[in-house]
Design a binder for this molecule. Structure first.
Ligand code: ZN
Length: 374
């Protein structure tokens, strides 16, 4: 979960869909021409907005005054944007139901989903589902059951299955898998089924082959930047925004995840590099005598940040523009050799850190090695 205090949102409205203009245009043309495939699979890196795009498409397909974009003002648009349209069914991975009776399991799944939707309404910028959440057999049965209902608002019905690679029925239950395949093969009339996944290879080929795949690309750095600036409160300082945008590689999800912990790791890495570059002396000693690491994870995160910074400095030495800010002396290299050498030392330390070696000791050795290399 993202740190809560950081994100203040007007609850009950989805954040705007950012970017993906090309895909949006194609989808809008398909909607206008009545040529939208009934079963689609949106693929692309985690956090680029695939499920948000699916909701946008739901809005467009149900809009009462559609053009290139959903009008945003009609009853239908408003219901979708508050996640309360009775004909839009958004399935997200949920914990496994606790009851054992199959019918009760379906009810529990429905409740868990309703809870998840409540959370999305108050916290629309969500993290990837936790590792144990899935689309279980009960979810598939619920989907199947809802698919047989008639439209409440009289228009199309839209089913969105986010993180579809979490479909456990793929192996667990032949019956549920068959039910899903049948649904994908013969979707109810006037309905859309939109699956999203960052890992299409983890879907059964029989599922993949029944959907029209649509690739959702990465966002530009500018788009990620603008999104963070518009939605993070308080707005982080420019350096922090810069760091997050670089770490995000075009994914708003990653940019949001690159919060405080990552920032702490980066700061520690920058401090260490600055001290190393300043040469032997009290500040280097101080940097190497860093306070005890609260967790091994913090130490390895610092090493990762160190490696990334050195990597960016090496890009700079090769004449490319580094994608993050870094201690100024690192920008003066015209030959990447020493930086690559330093990266090797960090990689060695990273490997050793996986074992039972004392982080303080590792850091002392690494500091000396970096001082020699740089
Ligand atoms: Zn509308």
């Amino acid at each position: 979960m993202f740190p809560h205090g950081l994100l203040t949102f007007n609850p009950v409205t989805l954040p705007p869909l950012i970017g993906h203009e090309g895909v949006r245009r194609r989808l809008a043309q398909a909607v206008a021409g009545g040529k939208l495939p009934q079963v689609m699979l949106l693929t692309g890196a985690a956090g680029v907005g695939k499920q948000r795009l699916a909701l946008w498409l739901a809005q467009l397909a149900l809009c009462q005054k559609p053009s290139q974009e959903p009008c945003g003002a009609c009853r239908s648009c408003r219901l979708v944007s508050t996640l309360s349209h009775p004909d839009v069914h958004w399935f997200v991975p949920i914990p496994r139901p606790k009851v054992s009776d199959p019918d009760k399991q379906i009810e529990e799944a429905a409740q868990l989903l309703a809870q998840a939707m409540d959370e999305r309404r108050t916290q629309p910028l969500y993290a990837e589902s936790d590792g144990m959440a899935s689309h279980g057999i009960a979810t598939v049965r619920l989907l199947q059951r809802r698919a047989t209902l008639t439209s409440v608002e009289g228009g199309r019905r839209v089913f969105i299955l986010g993180e579809a690679d979490r479909l456990v029925v793929q192996e667990a239950s032949q019956e549920a898998a068959n039910a899903l395949l049948k649904l994908l093969e013969e979707p109810p009339s006037e309905s859309l089924l939109i699956l999203t996944t960052a890992e299409p290879r983890r879907l059964l080929p029989t599922i993949r082959s029944r959907a029209m795949a649509l690739r959702v690309g990465r966002l530009s750095d500018r788009e990620v930047w603008e999104f963070l600036e518009a939605h993070l409160r308080p707005i982080p300082p420019v350096e922090e925004l810069d760091r997050r945008v670089t770490a995000a590689e075009g994914s708003i999800g990653r940019a949001l995840g690159a919060g405080e912990d990552a920032s702490k790791a980066q700061q520690a890495a920058d401090q260490l590099l600055e001290a190393v570059l300043a040469g032997p002396g009290p500040s280097l000693e101080l940097a190497l005598r860093q306070p005890a690491w609260a967790a091994r994870g913090e130490f390895t995160a610092m090493l990762d940040a160190l490696a990334e910074t050195l990597g960016e400095a090496a890009r700079g030495a090769l004449g490319q523009t580094p994608r993050r800010s870094m201690p100024a002396p690192l920008l003066r290299y015209r030959n990447p050799g020493p930086l690559l050498q330093a990266m090797e030392h960090v990689a060695d330390a990273r490997e050793a850190a996986g074992g039972n070696v004392n982080p303080q000791l590792l850091l002392a050795v690494l500091g000396a090695e970096l001082a020699e290399a740089l």
